[in-house]
Design a protein around this ligand. Sequence first.
Ligand SMILES: NC(=O)c1ccc[n+]([C@@H]2O[C@H](COP(=O)([O-])OP(=O)(O)OC[C@H]3O[C@@H](n4cnc5c(N)ncnc54)[C@H](OP(=O)(O)O)[C@@H]3O)[C@@H](O)[C@H]2O)c1
Length: 313
Amino acid sequence: MQAYLLHEAGGIENLIVSEIDKPTPKANEVLIDIKAISINPVDVKIREMPKLLDQVYGTDRPLILGWDIAGVVTAIGDDVTDFEAGDRVFGLVNFPGHGNAYAEYASAPAKQLAKIPSDTSFTEAAATTLAALTALQVLSPRIKAGDKVLIHAGSGGVGHFAVQIAKDIGAYVISTSSADNRDFVLSLGADEHIDYKTQDFEKIVSDLDFVLDAIGGEVLEKSLRVTKDGKSIISLPTPEFSDKTKAYAKQHDIDVSYFNVTSNGDDMQTLKTMIEKGTLKPHVFKTFAFTALHDAHRQVETNHTVGKVVVEA
Ligand SMILES: NC(=O)c1ccc[n+]([C@@H]2O[C@H](COP(=O)([O-])OP(=O)(O)OC[C@H]3O[C@@H](n4cnc5c(N)ncnc54)[C@H](OP(=O)(O)O)[C@@H]3O)[C@@H](O)[C@H]2O)c1
């Protein structure tokens, strides 16, 4: 089969198409004929940062990047009871760890997958994996109906799912993006939009119950100042917070934490149900052919993707 191998961290050109053996599913795994994968900022970060690559993959080289998979089960390993050959499945595979998605086939733990809703395409399903799970895993245990919630970058991969999930929970949602994506963010259900390029959100919102920060740095500093004492912020880009952030948070009893999404089949099942109910809809910004996977990385690197970028087999 064909796969993109990465021999060492670096530029996009380090992702090299190669011919390798098809994997064999181990016990509790299924072999997936991959039809679509989605690309995230973390794919870019791990591809280009040697330290992060070592943290996630250890010393194994070459390796196959990628975690967001949609495809068809072609074989099952021992002890798999929930899936059979022919099932259409999607999931975030082995994150954080060896996802092996940039390939024609991948073997994946059955407990990390769900069946794709019958009216959903492989492309839409692949889009509804890491970013959607992040939004779900962050928001569902932390917010409740009536909470006033700020979601930064509501037009992005995580943000566009987060706005929809927060609205489904019953929160009052304020979300940021540039003016170009105002209508898109409002169409997701956001109650208010703030254009981060021309407006200072610190002067517009206050007394928040929760902030989902997909930006970090100064945006996180300002987010602290508009959050109610005793409430919480999840920041996605990095677990490293400045001393200033930590001191302000302590003084105001604000829980500022990093969160790392993890593979979870039960949560995939929740996303499947939400898609079926019509409360969650992925937005696919651009699709790329498998042979143009480098261009998909270039798109994610712009930091201006609206919704998700998907690579189709
Ligand atoms: N820790 C975890 O588990 C986890 C999981 C998922 C993602 N993440 C991290 O979370 C971050 C966001 O991920 P993503 O997939 O949502 O990224 P993304 O899809 O690439 O985000 C792009 C969006 O961000 C908006 N944006 C850019 N700068 C902004 C700003 N200053 N204020 C508000 N919006 C801004 C852009 O809107 P405009 O085009 O309108 O500017 C664009 O729509 C990344 O750092 C990613 O690595 C972490």
